[in-house]
Design a binder for this molecule. Structure first.
Ligand SMILES: *Cc1c(COP(=O)(O)O)cnc(C)c1O
Length: 602
């Protein structure tokens, strides 16, 4: 594992106090404790007691994306979970997180010459990042008892508190070969496999926290997949729903009912066995099917959606529930490229903890913003040249689009009318960089990648179109900082929030997006970026909507975006500053976590 080693002004300082992140000379402090396989050092006894006995918020997520090498994420949900933990640490919130180890990762993507997605296992080695604990707990899955162990990763930002993250693992001696693979593939297998994973995460996770002597104040379910934890809480509280609710917080990320994870009561009974009385559970999880979102909703006092528009659609789905809106954010330090970090450091001391300071970006000359951007752009173009052999032009307007390749994200909307796209180019050249994985079972999603591939061939000579393999955190950093315009074309209301456009904003990249999810809140036309299509509350048929979207997409490119980029450089730089000052200053996970802390946790 990585030790937190800090060197400071020649003093021997080789650990951080886990509560306040204060640098400590481990040889001198008498306040030390060995627990969970590691020695921790503290500035005083109070901190030591708080670390050992203080109550924590337990944050459960099926995926957590902390860094490229820890392959336990597939996309936005996991990256948000990682950003949540990082902000929790920066803000010194007492938290512990729980997820699955998924040693085979999600999958590694390679795009073939013909535009087909090839999928490979994506193994990673937990012991290179974290330590294994000897403790195990048991969960019942069907007829069998499955033993669960855990890995522990101590996340601590430089001046933040330490947040342990548990990576649960069923690869334990004594488990059947089949059960040893339950925590192997993120979102792998069938419905049964997913339900087994949910049992390990929710029920196994609560038991593991107890086995490791964590005192838990609140259980936060990040999306419905972790909601079986509420079953375990119910059981512990003699089926008292109110006591369970007092402990539970639920964040829903899904705007449409079809996407909720649900299964038949027969399956539920088969897998959850006699540990739970399904007739009692039905009251909470739904009459006809065991619905994990319903379970979470019915057993939490605090429920929130991830953007205002998302809360409106969720409230229609769940009349009678009070769903708050806490709009997502991104972690400032993670998503700001090196050139902008240096720029912000020079002008706004403390910005990484208080990104609200970025509202003062107008005090930074255009030239400096432009220079920082050109450095980030050069880094992306170098990467592209290395990976693909294609040399893109640093001075050409570059559009970026990278996200999960799945139907509603409409990755090919830009290529709906290639003739019209070619006409747009009369105003000036563009180049396009794209990336994204389709879930291995999402055939239409894979079809999108083939369509993009085909569009690239058709457009050859007119537009350079590059599709980069294996979208992940590192590539997301390069892309969201290195393009000029970040494009997003989801079909409303499917994009609950979206976060990549916020990453772009931290790097002065301008958004051009459909008014869904967070963009409905961040958008000021011609000021922070541009909208594609009608207002979010427009009542409009699907055909008419599409026509308006295509008009906006091509017309705004032709008459607003391309001319401004090439001929009004100062006005363009002002928009870059607005992206930072009016978007990044607000859409960050520190704000989000402060709201969780004050409204939901405490
Ligand atoms: C930020 C991020 C996402 C989410 O992007 P959206 O805009 O929400 O689609 C997905 N994958 C990776 C690797 C990311 O970094």
């Amino acid at each position: 594992m990585r030790l937190t080693t800090v060197a400071r002004r020649g003093n021997v300082v080789n650990a951080l106090d886990p509560v306040w992140g204060i640098p400590i000379d481990t040889k001198k402090t008498p306040f030390r404790v060995e627990i969970r396989g590691r020695t921790y050092y503290f500035v005083d006894e109070q901190h030591m007691r708080r670390f050992l006995e203080g109550a924590r918020v337990a944050y459960f997520s099926m995926e957590i994306g902390l860094e490229e090498g820890i392959r336990t994420y597939s996309g936005g949900l996991g990256v948000l979970a990682g950003d949540t933990i990082k902000s929790g640490s920066d803000l010194k919130l007492p938290m512990v997180a729980v997820t699955l180890v998924n040693r085979m990762g999600y999958f590694r993507q390679v795009i073939s010459e013909t535009g087909d997605q090839l999928e490979y296992p994506d193994p990673w080695e937990p012991s290179a990042f974290m330590r294994e604990l000897p403790d195990t707990v048991e969960v019942r899955i069907g007829e069998r008892v499955v033993r669960v162990k855990t890995w522990i990763y101590d996340y601590q930002s430089p001046a933040g508190s330490l947040i342990p993250i548990l990576f649960l693992d069923t690869d334990v001696n004594g488990n059947t070969p089949e059960d040893r693979l339950i925590t192997s593939h993120l979102y792998g297998g069938d419905e049964i496999y997913r339900l087994k994973q949910a049992i390990v995460l929710g029920i196994g996770g609560v038991r593991m926290l107890k086995a490791l002597n964590f005192t838990i104040l609140k259980y936060h379910m990040n999306e419905g997949q972790s909601s079986l934890l509420a079953l375990e809480l119910l059981r512990r509280n003699d089926m008292d729903a109110n006591k369970t609710r007092d402990r539970s917080v639920f964040t829903t990320h899904t705007p449409v009912a079809a996407a909720f994870f649900s299964f038949s009561y027969e399956t539920a009974r088969d897998l959850l066995g006699d540990e739970f009385d399904m007739e009692e559970i039905r009251v909470f999880a739904g009459e006809d099917r065991f619905n994990m979102t319903a379970l979470a909703l019915n057993l939490s006092t605090y429920v929130n959606g991830v953007a205002r528009a998302h809360v409106e659609s969720s409230t229609r789905l769940f009349p009678g529930y009070h769903i708050r809106a806490i709009t997502n954010g991104v972690h400032p330090c993670t998503w700001t490229s090196q050139p902008f970090k240096e720029l912000f450091d020079r002008y706004f001391t403390g910005w990484a903890l208080e990104p609200d300071l970025l509202v003062r970006i107008d005090t930074v000359p255009h030239e400096e913003v432009r220079n920082a951007h050109m450095k980030a752009k050069a880094a992306l173009l170098r990467y592209i040249a290395e990976k693909t052999g294609t040399d893109l032009e640093p001075d050409t307007l570059t559009l970026g689009f990278a996200r999960r390749m799945t139907g509603y994200k409409r990755a090919t909307l830009l290529f709906s009318d290639l003739d019209r796209l070619r006409k747009v180019l009369r105003r000036g050249p563009i180049q396009v960089v794209m990336a994204g994985k389709a879930h291995p079972r999402d055939e239409p999603g894979k079809g999108l990648i083939r369509e993009i591939h085909a569009a690239g061939k058709t457009l050859k000579g007119d537009v350079d179109l590059v599709f980069l393999d294996d979208y992940g955190i590192d590539l997301a950093k390069l892309l969201t900082s290195g393009v000029d315009v970040w494009l997003n074309t989801p079909l409303p209301p499917y994009e609950a929030s979206g976060t990549s456009g916020m990453k772009a904003a931290f790097n002065g990249v301008v958004n051009f997006s459909v008014l869904d999810g967070w963009w409905a809140e961040g958008w000021m036309e011609g000021n922070t970026g541009w909208a594609i299509g009608p207002a979010p509350d427009a009542i409009i048929g699907i055909e008419a909507r599409r026509a308006m979207e295509l008009d906006d997409l091509y017309n705004k490119l032709e008459y607003l975006i391309i001319p401004k980029f090439y001929h009004e450089k100062d006005s363009w730089a002002t928009m870059m500053r607005n992206s930072i000052g009016k978007i990044a200053s607000h859409f960050h996970t520190h704000r989000m976590m402060r709201r969780y802390a004050s409204e939901a946790y405490l």
